[in-house]
Design a protein around this ligand. Structure first.
Ligand code: AMP
Ligand code: MG
Length: 502
């Protein structure tokens, strides 16, 4: 526990939020309480009113109210009453290798606040050194904070389970990465930030099985109360994590999202997408796409994500072993992943193709399209969106989608099968188009869009971050005034290198 005095709470007129702080009640073996190293001379970079309203129930002017001092609070310079800044401790496997103790090296948990949909934990990332910073400086740069902010909110709007982002604040403070950049703080909001790595920590690093049990019971009581009714609640916890992770992977694969660093410390026990670093959305479809420039082996390539998630679930099972009856019980809890993931993905892909019924050979139809897209380097999101306007009538003009493929004959052969399949279920073109547009996004956070917003922000113009956020908050809607955001990536986008450096 730190003896460093905390900054004074801003108490003039705090927002009327009920503070709960259940995680903080777990006790000192789970975290270190310490103050943030706040940003000097902070300014707003971006805010998500949607997150503020939906997750915390804050009014639209929350960021500007003089007496609330939100800018100082979310830059790590002040606290609202009841906030208890702390860095949690976790461990994990990084790139398949046991890495030992990690922990919040640059994030602080501030509080658990009662929101309209239940309690939400609030965390500031980039708030300075903690006892778990290892070789790092505890800081985050503007570039990576904007990426995390935009992607959290974009994923939520896409319907993918994720931690949310409330805001980004910036500062002139220099931070050394490959070049000198400036510091920023991204504020994240989630029901819980507990990772697989928290469990691994107590089993393998601290070897404190009582703490492991307290953690598992805490997650069940606070977040997954349905597990309490199971014959073996801890096995139910593992099974729930497996089920939620299977759903999450189906979401990622269907929307073309590549996480980039699927280490066990970046896996949420609640099945949320967490820790946005060198992520990327697919442009041209390539199952082997590796979005993290530092991932030389391609361990976290797009098509490998579902298997990596299963590997990570085994690591979670290992960590939970002391609480389980035997290895068979662990195996049985993980087993649903094997059937759930392919079923969930197939359901999503069927919806992406506008199929209302299920047929045994749908998998072949789906794989046939993906094969064409892979061979022709077809843009993943543009192709699926274009497919929504596919016509099944004889002689229908399907050039919009056909022209996206290089091998037109091969596409025609696939399209003939697709047409027959749609006709067999009496699919109505107009109704199907509407349904398909609700699952095939038009607007995704492509690297080049993020890059442009970052470039402008680095030059003091934050309007593009806010504009891009607005576009991404309605990914399935036609936004005629924002066509450019749905265009093919420019040639220079191929050369954007995103590494772990953040
Ligand atoms: P990541 O791969 O980004 O999830 O980070 C792995 C671990 O390194 C986490 O425990 C982070 O808290 C920590 N970390 C990453 N960057 C920094 C930094 N600049 N300073 C301190 N710790 C960091
Ligand atoms: Mg991480």
């Amino acid at each position: 526990m730190s003896a460093v005095p905390l900054p004074p709470a801003v108490s003039a007129e705090p927002p009327p939020l009920r503070v709960r702080n259940r995680f903080a009640s777990l006790g000192p073996s789970f975290f270190t309480e310490l103050p943030a190293q706040g940003l000097p001379d902070p300014h707003w970079v971006a805010v998500s009113q949607a997150c503020a309203r939906d997750e915390l129930g804050l009014p639209d002017d929350w960021a500007e109210r003089e007496s609330w001092q939100a800018l100082q609070v979310f830059s790590g310079n002040a606290l609202w009453p009841g906030m208890r800044p702390l860095a949690s401790v976790y461990s994990g496997h990084q790139f398949g290798v046991w890495a030992g103790q990690l922990g919040d090296g640059r994030a602080l948990w501030l509080a658990e606040l009662e929101g309209p949909q239940g309690p939400r934990e609030v965390q500031i990332k980039g708030s300075g050194l903690t006892p778990y910073s290892r070789m790092g400086d505890g800081k985050a740069v503007l570039r990576s904070s904007i990426r995390e902010f935009l992607c959290s909110e974009a994923m939520h709007a896409l319907g993918v389970p994720t931690t949310r982002a409330l805001c980004v604040t910036g500062s002139p403070q220099p931070v050394r990465r490959e070049t000198i950049e400036t510091a920023a703080v991204c504020t994240r909001v989630a029901p819980s930030f507990i990772r697989f790595g928290h469990f691994e920590h107590f089993t393998h690093t601290a070897e404190d099985i009582e703490a492991l049990r307290r953690l598992a019971d805490f997650v069940i009581d606070a977040h997954l109360p349905e597990c309490r009714d199971a014959a073996q609640p801890h096995a139910a916890l593992l099974e729930t994590a497996a089920r939620r992770t299977a759903e999450l992977m189906a979401h990622w694969q269907a929307v073309g999202f590549c996480h980039g660093v699927m280490n066990t410390d970046n896996m949420s026990i609640l099945g949320l997408t967490i820790d946005y670093g060198p992520f990327g959305f697919l442009d041209a479809f390539d199952p082997g796409h590796v979005c993290n420039h530092s991932d030389h082996q391609g361990r976290y390539a797009f098509a490998r994500q579902p298997n990596v998630a299963f590997w990570n679930l085994h690591a979670l099972a290992q960590a939970l072993m002391p609480l389980l009856s035997d290895a068979d019980e662990a195996q049985a809890a993980l087993e649903p992943y094997r059937t759930l993931f392919p079923r969930a993905l197939e359901a999503r892909m069927r919806a992406k193709l506008g199929l209302a019924t299920e047929r045994d050979d749908d998998r072949e139809l789906i794989d046939g399209l993906l094969k064409r897209m892979a061979e022709d380097h077809t843009d993943f999101s543009i192709a699926f969106r274009a497919l929504s306007s596919f016509g099944t009538a004889d002689g229908a003009d399907n050039r919009t989608v056909r022209d996206l493929f290089l091998d037109r004959e091969a596409f025609d052969a696939w399209a003939a099968r697709y047409r027959d399949r749609l006709r067999a279920e009496h699919s109505d073109d107009a109704a199907r188009a509407l349904a398909m547009k609700r699952v095939n996004p038009k607007y995704i956070l492509r690297n080049h869009l993020a890059q442009e917003a970052i470039h402008r922000a680095q030059n003091g113009d934050f309007t593009e971050v806010q504009r891009l956020l607005k576009v991404l908050q309605r990914p399935y809607d036609e936004q005629p005034e924002h066509e450019a955001y749905a265009a093919f990536p420019p040639d220079w986008a191929q050369h954007i290198e995103v590494s772990c450096s953040s």
